[in-house]
Design a protein around this ligand. Structure first.
Ligand code: ZN
Length: 317
């Protein structure tokens, strides 16, 4: 039995149920909810998130991990209101995404870890909302020096609190391997690590190589598709291959969706909605039936969507 921090307070891990491992309510940039509130139409975003998540709840969704940290425009008050109104549990994060502050340079990672730990143990901003996960990111071309700093800080905060880490990667450059090396140098238990965005590749040797190190994998960009990037059926066949190779107990699913409506998004929003008209429900409506069609069992599906997220979030408690 383990209690997991959600934006409405701690929840028994056994009550999390069907969980998507990497989603967002809103996106933005560092301080955007406070400094440039015009950037997001907060009421429209709230309405949309509540409407979409309420519908998703009626089709079985119970919990999402919202992995937008401070530099991705995290807005925990918005998350709290969406959770209250939709009934979906939201687990928010500490950590740092790709916009690592230049002021972090030269800091000892322990000092950054202390800030993450404070967001886990005491609360975020002026609320008592506590992070249930630590997010860090590296992208195309591999881990940059500032990103290495926050990876080390995340590892130290995770070791101190038992709260797991979720990463953003660029799988086509095998960035997950670099992240794992840094976490191993920090002597972190790999059971506390999920290498995210791992379904942008179909390279099974890369994926199983990571799994053999002991991490979880986030197959968390659905539907996907684009130049050199697999579309959802291909992504699902990779998931099925991993299940067939005995890794069904180490992978999780998500969309990397968000409900943001604001300055940046009139056209972008339209094309994003066209890309995924089922928003937080694409997996439920398309991926899971397809996985069954190609041979996954109900137990496999339960493992990916309920048991694995629960075990991952329980960490070492
Ligand atoms: Zn994301």
């Amino acid at each position: 039995m383990s209690r997991i921090n959600t934006v409405l307070g701690p929840v028994e891990s056994s009550e999390l149920g069907f969980t998507l491992s990497h989603e967002h309510i809103s996106n933005g940039f560092g301080g955007s909810p406070f400094t440039f509130p015009e950037f997001l139409d907060i009421n429209a975003t709230l309405d949309r998130a509540v409407s979409d998540l309420s519908e998703a709840k009626s089709e079985g969704l119970q919990t999402i991990m919202d992995v937008a940290p401070h530099d991705q425009g995290r807005n925990v008050k918005l998350q709290r209101e969406v959770s209250e109104k939709s009934g979906v549990n939201i687990i928010t994060c500490t950590g740092t995404w790709l916009d690592v502050p230049s002021f972090f340079e030269g800091l000892n990672p322990n000092k950054i870890a202390d800030m993450y730990v404070r967001e886990i143990e005491k609360g975020i901003e002026e609320t008592n909302i506590k992070a249930g996960i630590i997010k860090v990111a590296s992208d195309k071309g591999g881990v940059k020096p500032r990103e290495e700093l926050v990876l080390r800080a995340a590892a130290r905060a995770s070791k101190q609190t038992g709260i797991p880490i979720m990463t953003h990667t660029w799988a086509l450059d095998r960035v997950g391997e670099e992240q794992v090396n840094i976490f191993m140098e920090e002597d972190l238990d790999m059971n506390l690590v999920c290498i995210g965005h791992s379904n942008d590749t179909t390279d099974l040797s890369y994926l199983t190589g990571l799994l053999e190190k002991g991490v979880w994998l986030g197959m968390d960009r659905y539907p996907g598709g684009g130049p050199d990037i697999p579309y959802w059926k291909e992504r699902s066949r990779v998931v099925k291959s991993l299940i067939d190779h005995g890794w069904g107990n180490r992978i999780m699913l998500a969309h990397d969706w968000d409900s943001s409506i604001g300055l940046h998004s009139a056209q972008a929003r339209e094309s994003r909605d066209k890309y995924n008209p089922d928003n937080y429900l694409f997996i439920t409506r398309h991926v899971l039936p397809y996985l069954k069609e190609i041979g996954a069992t109900d137990n496999d599906i339960d493992q990916l969507t309920v048991i694995n997220p629960r075990k991952y979030l329980e960490g070492i408690h």
